[in-house]
Design a protein around this ligand. Structure first.
Ligand SMILES: [Zn+2]
Length: 237
């Protein structure tokens, strides 16, 4: 019996098909009262493989947010579906600093990027190198584990990419874990965290990180939000 067939009950249990698996991409805006922080930026407009993408400006507008007022963009990692909304339209966010892990910045902009990235991701590196160079000192690489601002700290959740970070947001007695792509879905990853994800640069490490992060979410009773989780009631995938 193939792996494909053995996975079937898990898919069936969640009412999802095995041939097409659609993912939403949902950037998250945090308003601390002092700072507006956008976590990941979507695919960006004009990508044929994501025909409903490119709605970030409109979604911000509908939320009453002018993009120019965003203070900080945090990138969990630099895959195109997270960095694209910024990389393709940096002029939308003229004053935002861009925070990402130092490892992630180096991964995509270093001279040896092509040898460290999987084949499907490597072609994005030259453009990203240009984008980050143009942003200059507005780019703030940080060590995983340090704070973005007071109350928002980062966790090293490498595996999906070498420099992937998740965020822990504290507010009163509650803490929100923003997983990014360390936990890329609610259906499969919650149920079977040990299953490997083809988009993880290091699939073994990705699975270990996912398991550890979910264990922590349970033991610390964290609220959990992720980037590719479906927003109920949305008609757009
Ligand atoms: Zn993603």
């Amino acid at each position: 019996m193939s792996m494909h067939m053995r996975g079937r009950p898990t898919f069936d249990a969640h009412y999802i098909a095995m041939d097409v698996f659609r993912l939403q991409a949902n950037p998250l805006l945090i308003d601390t009262g002092e700072k507006r922080i956008l976590v990941d930026t979507g695919v960006g407009p004009g990508k044929g493989w994501a025909r409903y993408a490119g709605r970030l400006t409109k979604s911000l507008e509908e939320a009453g947010i002018v993009p120019e007022t965003i203070d900080t963009i945090v990138l969990t990692h630099c895959h195109g579906d997270h960095v694209g909304g910024m990389a393709s339209q940096t002029e939308l966010f003229p004053k935002a600093e861009v925070v990402l892990s130092d490892v992630e910045l180096d991964l995509w902009t270093g001279a040896d990027a092509a040898s460290k990235l999987p084949e499907w991701a490597a072609p994005d590196a030259p453009n990203l190198r240009k984008v980050f160079a143009a942003l200059g000192d507005r780019v703030r690489p940080i060590k995983a584990g340090t704070d973005v601002v007071t109350g928002i700290t980062t966790l090293d959740t490498s595996g999906h990419t070498q420099g992937h970070i998740s965020l822990l947001v504290g507010s009163g007695d509650e803490q929100l874990l923003i997983t990014g792509d360390a936990v890329p879905s609610i259906h499969i990853a919650f149920d079977r965290p040990e299953w490997q994800i083809i988009w993880d640069h290091d699939r073994d490490k990705g699975a270990k990180t996912r398991r550890a992060l979910l264990d922590r979410a349970v033991s610390d009773r964290l609220l959990v939000s992720g980037y590719h989780y479906p927003i109920l009631g949305s008609d757009v995938w």
